[in-house]
Design a protein around this ligand. Structure first.
Ligand SMILES: Nc1ncnc2c1ncn2[C@@H]1O[C@H](COP(=O)(O)OP(=O)(O)OP(=O)(O)O)[C@@H](O)[C@H]1O
Ligand SMILES: [Mg+2]
Length: 448
């Protein structure tokens, strides 16, 4: 007889509740970091060990998430316990049980499981799945016929509020509003909070602080698992009434600057002004596709009034990289085509979004946008949270990000502590002909 490997688990009380639930559908979750993923994979391993021949499917939305969140920990946990087949992405246990890992990146990926039978299906981050995908999976959750003893099929779900599946998860497990054919007793919800996870609380107390610093609605959803509070908007502070004005005249003495997010797919340039109190006004925008750099520079220059004194232009840092085709950097091409005083944007995303949020906050916000800046006004309220990268903006749809990125560069350039000490600037195209771009002290350019 071989040696027996003993694995000891120490679930917290909520995880015990999850382990003991035998409902047809058990959802575990609410808030972030409560120990849901740990509970899911541990529960499925326990089921595999305790029920000879049981067929289990564990799903996440993407392959990357599956690998990071489950495959790597499972390989460690099940070493010498189950055999892993990389081609089939499944663990085979000595007792005939099988734990298959899958993902449904695309809406139709779920069809691959159609016609198959799994006694247990685990859906991780169920709110990332659409209702159609969930319904399709429920059809595959049936007696596999491979268990030694009879086993009642069931599904286990973990979830946080938000995501494409927010509504169906909330209806079934939180609001408990049922349609014909659905039996209320089949649905059990166990709410987990980060405070229930003593491992995280001791190892990473900063995590709770991060959750607490989220905007109020998001914080209520992610820290307290409040399903009603969920708000997908990245800037719930944005309010047309407060931030957008139909007419805006900028006095001559106000300082002006520009911010560019350059891309061939879209070039966005914003013109901004600052009053004596430090309030920032966005008064003009360029939003145009397919502009090569020299055209972008010329267009921006042409759109700038002759009498407007632009103190500096902050632009995406990647413009300082040399381009393979011409051997020149975007910075050089822009400078040679009439854009002077270019400075490299501070591209710390999370800090930049926080600064932007600060500008938007309060009854008398420090940011005012002219209604003429249609694309900035349109896209700011459409930005969503990135589900994976806390406190960052979701990068898809990509089109929504150009104007807000330019705004972020602009506002970061106003943060004294984040500014670079020196900046290189070409006052005129000629400074490059001599091969020596002029070095300016930061204070030479931004002295307000
Ligand atoms: N009972 C436990 N024993 C040991 N470690 C645990 C236990 N519960 C949770 N953990 C650990 O706590 C950390 C967070 O847990 P987990 O990833 O399961 O949380 P989560 O609720 O899935 O988080 P998220 O909302 O970010 O998906 C992980 O490192 C996990 O391994
Ligand atoms: Mg998780």
């Amino acid at each position: 007889m071989g040696t027996v490997k003993t694995i000891t688990f120490e679930p917290n009380p909520k995880q015990v509740e999850f382990f003991e639930s035998k409902s047809r559908f058990t959802a575990y979750g609410g808030a972030r970091g409560g120990g849901k993923s740990w509970a899911m994979r541990t529960k499925l391993v326990l089921l595999a060990l305790a029920n000879d021949g049981v067929q289990i499917l564990l799903l996440r939305r993407t392959l990357g998430e599956l690998r990071e969140n489950h495959l790597i920990p499972l390989l460690k946990l099940l070493k010498d316990v189950a055999r892993y087949s990389a081609s089939d992405k499944e663990f085979i246990f000595a007792n005939g049980s099988r734990l298959k890992l899958g993902y449904c990146d695309d809406e139709n990926d779920v069809l691959q499981f159609q016609g198959q039978a799994y006694d247990v299906i685990g859906m991780e981050e169920a709110t990332h799945f659409t209702e159609t995908q969930y319904l399709c999976l429920t059809e595959s959750n049936r007696v596999s016929g491979q268990t030694v003893k009879p086993f009642k099929p069931r599904m286990y779900l973990t979830c946080n509020p938000g995501g494409v599946g927010h509504d169906w998860v909330k209806r079934l497990f939180v609001d408990r509003i049922y349609r014909k054919g659905e039996t209320p007793e089949d649905y059990t919800f166990i709410k987990s909070l980060v405070f229930d996870n003593k491992f995280l609380m001791t190892r990473d107390p900063d995590y709770v602080r991060t959750l607490m610093s989220l905007p109020p609605a998001r914080m209520r959803a992610m820290l307290y698992g409040d399903w009603d509070a969920f708000e997908g908007a990245f800037f719930p502070e944005f309010d047309r009434e407060k931030h957008v004005v139909s007419t805006l005249s900028i006095p001559r003495e106000w300082q002006r600057f520009r911010a560019i997010d350059y891309g061939l797919d879209m070039t966005c340039c914003l013109w901004l002004a600052v009053d004596s109190t430090g309030r920032v006004y966005v008064y003009r925008e360029l939003y145009q596709k397919n502009l090569i750099l020299s055209d972008a520079a010329r267009t921006i220059d042409a759109m700038t009034g002759n009498t407007e004194e632009i103190r500096y232009t902050v632009a995406s840092p990647d413009l300082w990289n040399r381009r393979q085709d011409s051997g020149k950097s975007g910075f050089e091409i822009l400078s040679q085509n009439g854009l002077s005083g270019l400075i490299r944007a501070d591209n710390r995303r999370v800090t930049g979004w926080r600064v932007t949020r600060e500008y938007l906050s309060g009854d008398e916000p420090r940011l005012i946008i002219s209604a003429d800046c249609q694309n900035l006004v349109r896209t700011l309220p459409l930005l969503r949270f990135d589900e994976h990268q806390r406190e960052d903006v979701c990068s898809t749809p990509h089109e929504l990000t150009h104007a807000p990125e330019a705004l972020r560069y602009a506002l970061m350039s106003r943060e004294p502590k984040t500014m670079p000490k020196t900046v290189k600037a070409g006052r005129s195209p000629y400074s490059f002909d001599t091969g020596s771009p002029t070095e300016y002290q930061y204070s030479d350019i931004i002295d307000f």
